[in-house]
Ligand binder design. Structure first.
Ligand code: SF4
Length: 360
């Protein structure tokens, strides 16, 4: 892989909460401020976030002005917000350099799952994915990743996610240093305090990144984007199979020693035959993995055909008959551009068409 492109400069929001607190503590002590001020300021980063220091009205006005100078709070700008009739909300965030990334908030009963991005674009070019077709733009900073949660909370505190999944744009394990810090922000009590079991990193199986992720002591969840039960079939839809082959990925997932989920997007005539279900069941049983079946979002890959709902149900039943726990995820947000990467692609296309013609 080539060197990752560098994102914007770092701020307090790019640090794990404990390091941000230490930095604030050192700064406050150096200014002769009372020790409790550092804690007061730190909770405004993630726990009770403010859009700007001016809103932290429990602090003296002079201190707020100074904080704005020394520790500016970066923001993600909500460029487009789409609400689906089923309650799904899709955000297109504009970053400081003009890049755009997506998050999707999926409410379901008492759960609110936020699907977040870890890169702008993606280099891996899975054939069923709109993000893959746009190519890689750059890695996100830790703030730009955890900031998707922060902005969602700033917009509406009651939307604070109970669960976070790294299943938006990009391959999280190709941006491990920033994802590593973002995981701390999401999970730490002085970050968002979301339980590790409610945070899932989804990966195609980047082996070095998997080893780093497995080394974290928390019980974060791992999802493997499997999408095909054999190496040959996987190669047809996921070019990364050439570099990190299915067997090696499964071996690394086994070493993870935590509950693993296989993500499996159903594509008609590609991976949805009864023999595919049987091969998938064998792999899942080997790892004790749960299989999460995803209908192909029709907007995500115009050249591929989604498997019918009846065939998806039969496929899931076939897995269950072989002792595999299988869930079929509802395709949410069908009335909005909810396939990963689709909102950015559509927004850019609409803007291009709306732009006045230039030329002679
Ligand atoms: S499915 Fe994930 S890894 Fe594959 S191209 Fe899309 S964003 Fe990248």
């Amino acid at each position: 892989m080539s060197e990752p492109a560098v994102g914007p400069p770092s701020s307090l929001l790019d640090l794990p909460p404990a390091r941000a607190r230490d930095r604030l503590h050192a700064w406050a002590t150096g200014r002769g401020l009372p020790a409790y001020r550092a804690g007061q300021v730190a909770r405004r980063l993630w726990t009770a976030p403010v859009a700007s220091w001016a809103d932290a009205t429990e602090l003296p006005a002079a201190l707020r002005a100074e904080l704005a100078d020394v520790f500016p709070l970066p923001r993600l700008c909500a460029d487009v917000v789409q609400r689906s009739a089923d309650g799904t909300v899709k955000f297109l965030w504009r970053l400081s350099d003009g890049e755009a990334i997506e998050s999707v908030l999926i409410p379901s009963g008492n759960r609110r799952t936020l699907c977040i991005s870890s890169q702008a674009g993606c280099a891996l070019r899975c054939s069923f994915c709109a993000t893959g077709r746009m190519g890689f733009r750059r890695n996100l900073s830790a703030f730009e990743i955890a900031g998707q949660v922060r902005e969602t909370v700033l917009r509406n505190p009651s939307d604070k996610p109970t669960n976070v999944v790294f299943m938006g744009m990009g391959e999280p394990l190709l941006n491990w240093p920033a994802v590593d810090t973002a995981l701390s922000v999401l999970n730490a009590p002085d970050g968002f305090g979301i339980g590790a079991r409610h945070i899932t990193v989804s990966t195609v199986g980047i082996l070095p990144g998997l080893a780093s992720f497995a080394a974290r002591p928390e019980q974060f969840r791992l999802a493997i984007s499997l999408h095909a039960p054999t190496s040959m079939q996987r190669l047809g839809i996921m070019p990364i199979e050439k570099k990190y082959a299915l067997d090696a990925v499964l071996e690394a997932a086994r070493a993870f020693r935590k509950r693993v989920t296989f993500e499996y997007v159903m594509i008609a005539g590609v991976n949805d035959a009864p023999a595919d279900a049987d091969a998938l069941a064998r792999l899942a049983r080997r790892l004790g993995a749960l299989v999460n079946i995803l209908p192909l979002h029709p907007g995500g890959a115009p050249d591929l055909t989604p498997t019918s709902p009846q065939a998806i149900a039969a496929f899931a039943d076939r897995l269950r008959h072989q002792g595999v726990e299988a869930t079929v995820r509802r395709s949410r947000g069908l009335d909005i551009d909810a396939a990963c990467g689709q909102l950015r692609v559509e927004t850019e296309r609409r803007r291009r068409h709306a732009a006045p013609a230039v030329g002679i």
